[in-house]
Each structure stands twice: as C-alpha cells, then as structure tokens.
Design a protein around this ligand. Structure first.
Ligand SMILES: Nc1ncnc2c1ncn2[C@@H]1O[C@H](COP(=O)(O)OP(=O)(O)O)[C@@H](O)[C@H]1O
Ligand SMILES: [Mg+2]
Length: 396
C-alpha cells in the first residue's frame, strides 16, 4: 500500500485517484508515523503540497536510517533546483509537480519496486522473520586487528552449541590469517580451500564433508592453512558457502578479517546481526566510525548493527558516553578484560565453556540472549538438545 498525507481534501482525492485502490489518505503526520510503525512493509509514502516542506525533510531523514527501503515522494506546487537538491539531500527520493499525476503514479511504482528489491536484499525489521529462509547469521567484525573478533566469534558459537540452542556452524572468513582452528584446538582435515576444486558442484552434503567438529557440537569451516591459498577463494564461492551453511544450520557465526572486503560485505548482507567490535583506543574507534559511515552510505540497516565493546574496563581515559557520542550509536554490550581470555585461547578452549561463571563468559552469554538468539527461541526442551546439534539435513 502507499500512504498519502495531504490536508486539502480535493488534492488528496486527486492523488489517491492517480495511485489507485492500493493507497490510502491519512489524516496527518502523526498518523503516518504510527502507520509506519505498525506496517513494517509499507514501501512508499506520498506527501502532498500542503505538507510543510521541513516536515517532509525531517521524515525522510529519519526514515533514511530507520527504514532505508521506504520511498518518500514529495508533491509540490512549484519545483526549482533549490527544492530538488535540498530534498534529495534529506533523503526524499522523488519530487513531483502537483499536476503531473501520471508522473506521480510512475514515481510511486518505481519506489515500490526499489523498496521490494532492497527489502529482499537487506532489511529485516526487528522481531520478524529473517530476510531469507534458513538459520540466523551472526557476523563479528572490526576494521582493526586484535580487537577480539575471533574470541567473540568462537565463544558465541561454542556458547550456542553448549546451550543446545540449535545446530551451529562457525565460518572463518579471515582467509589469509584465520585462527579459529587454533583458538578451538581443532585438527581439521579440510579447509574452505577444498571447496575450490568442487566448484559449481558444491552443495549441502559436499560442504558438510568439509567441516570439522568441535567437542561443543559446533561445526567449523576453517581457513586455509597457507595464506597464499586465500587468493584461490573467490567471492562467488564465499557467497555460496554462506548460503549453504544458512540452509543447513540454525546458527551460522562468521569470523572476519580486519578489512571491509567483498567477502565481509557479502557476509553482512546475509547477516541478521553484525557485531561490530570496538576497544577503548583511538585507532579502533576511528576505524569503527569509518565502518559505520561506510555502512550508512550503502544503506545497511542500522538496526542490525550491534556495537560491542571489548575490554570495556580498560582504564585508558576514554569515557563510554564520549565514545557513544562520537559514534552516534549506543554500545549494546560490554565485555570486560580478563587474563583468563588469552589463557583459554592458548589452551585452545572457549572461555564460555571452560569457565562459564567468568565475567567475560557472563557478558558474552548476555549478548547472545539479548541479540543473537531469535526471539521466542530461548526455551528449547532439554531432550531436544542433542538432536538440535546435528545439521538439519541429518535430523530425523
Ligand atoms: N576481553 C578480553 N580480555 C583479555 N584479552 C582478550 C580479550 N578479548 C580478546 N583478548 C585477547 O586479545 C588477543 C586478540 O584477540 P582476537 O580475538 O584474536 O582478535 P582479532 O580476531 O580481532 O584479531 C588474543 O590474544 C585474545 O586472547
Ligand atoms: Mg581474528
């Protein structure tokens, strides 16, 4: 449907006439905001000439972040280049002249098409079904190395597997220097590089044969043993691997390299949650801010980004509130610093499994309960647990 706001009844009727039965006139902007809150799949809104221009701009600016797929169309009595450029800067997608009703119908049709495509690709309003069918995908990223990506990714995967929350796959996308295998003391007989010769024939069963089991029950697809093999793995293969893992597992946790490359962006596109890691040092925060700005530019839905502060108790003179102000984003989770983390990494165990009461383990579990586990999926009967550790295909 397309929602229309126009205070002049005759103008409202003519807009509705141009857009047909799949449109409705709402009494004002408050009604429009409520309508958008309830109708999470509304694709397009039309603001008539009587709606204050600044109100239209404010709506467009607000929606650009909250609902990047929503097309805001503005109808004006007179159009000049100043209005056009201000409107586009605010995020209004189209400005149409009042009498150009055919142009308005075309603009709305175009916006609805774009919205449908964008929504398919990326948007998943919180609490609803995922974009595509299959398991939940959680990607852990930071543009700087050493922030704790591998620590968080391996521990989230191990904690989910330990808790019997479902079948869990862990994918190491740090193709050159991935250390998931070392962090979990795995002895893989295959790596993602073994998918290369399989090429087009790579399907679910073939992929499952490349995974390495960890004692928690999680299944890992580890990075190549030699950094030089990373070049043989192209983006199409990475995309295929993620999609197949999503088909086969309830949870797919993805560890990443410290760079926003094509593989990482493909992982983001398929993720329900992207955990962006930060530490309290200026280089890490600068990189995080740049990452946020880049993701905003490409219209990545903000509600899927969760900022996690690692070593949050470091006494380094940076206040949390200052950091949030700089990032213009809330920090949703804080993981304290602990010597037990490198100690467990060195022993090749996940701290969540080895020391479940450690404050680091508690913080990671809290993050999982609040942001990783699908809504309504927290009560799995104990007798189902072993069952849910098996990939879907193997379950009866
Ligand atoms: N909360 C923490 N407290 C103490 N040490 C940590 C913590 N998180 C990570 N580390 C240590 O920091 C180092 C880098 O972590 P890692 O997860 O490998 O980072 P990344 O994957 O981002 O490069 C590792 O030695 C790890 O044990
Ligand atoms: Mg790492």
């Amino acid at each position: 449907m397309t929602a229309i706001v126009e205070f002049d009844p005759i103008g409202a009727e003519s807009i509705k006439g141009a857009l047909g039965p799949d449109s409705a006139v709402l009494p004002g902007l408050d009604a429009l905001y409520s309508h958008l809150d309830v109708n999470v799949f509304e694709d397009c809104v039309v603001l008539g000439p009587s709606v204050d221009q600044q109100d239209v701009f404010a709506l467009a600016e607000d929606m650009r972040l909250r609902r990047p797929s929503l097309g805001v169309v503005m109808v004006r009595r007179r159009i000049d280049t100043a209005i056009l450029s201000d409107a586009l800067r605010a995020g209004v997608r189209e400005v149409v002249q009042e009498r150009d009703l055919a142009g308005l119908a075309t603009a709305v049709r175009r916006q609805r098409e774009i919205a449908a495509r964008l929504r398919e690709q990326v948007e998943r309003p919180e609490g609803s079904e995922p974009v595509t069918k299959g398991g939940r995908v959680i990607t852990v990223f930071s543009a700087k190395g050493g922030c704790g990506k591998t620590t968080l990714a391996t521990n989230v995967a191990a904690a989910l597997a330990d808790a019997g929350k479902g079948s869990v796959a862990l994918l190491d996308l740090d193709l050159s220097f991935g250390d998931v295998a070392i962090a979990l003391q795995l002895f893989p007989s295959h790596t993602i590089a073994d998918a290369v010769p399989i090429g087009e024939d790579l399907d679910g069963p073939a992929l499952l044969s490349l995974l390495t089991s960890h004692r928690s029950g999680l299944q890992a697809l580890v990075a190549p043993m030699e950094p030089s093999l990373a070049d043989s793995i192209d983006n199409a293969l990475v995309v295929r691997v993620i999609d197949l893992l999503k088909d086969e597992f309830d949870y797919v946790i993805i560890d990443t390299p410290p760079a926003l490359d094509d593989n990482v962006l493909a992982a983001f596109d398929r993720s329900d949650v992207v955990a962006l890691l930060a530490t309290l040092d200026i280089p890490a925060l600068k990189n995080l801010k740049l990452t946020l700005e880049t993701l905003e530019l490409i219209g990545f839905p903000r509600d899927r980004l969760k900022i996690v502060l690692n070593r949050s108790d470091s006494k380094v003179g940076l206040a949390l509130s200052e950091v949030e102000k700089t990032l213009k984003t809330a920090i949703v989770a804080q993981i304290p610093s602990s010597r037990d983390v490198p100690a467990s990494t060195n022993r090749g165990v996940a701290i969540v499994s080895d020391e479940p009461r450690n404050p680091v383990s508690l913080a990671i579990r809290k993050f999982i309960d609040e942001y990783v586990v699908a809504a309504g999926d927290d009560a799995i009967p104990a007798q189902m647990r072993t069952d849910r550790r098996t990939p879907r295909r193997w379950r009866r």
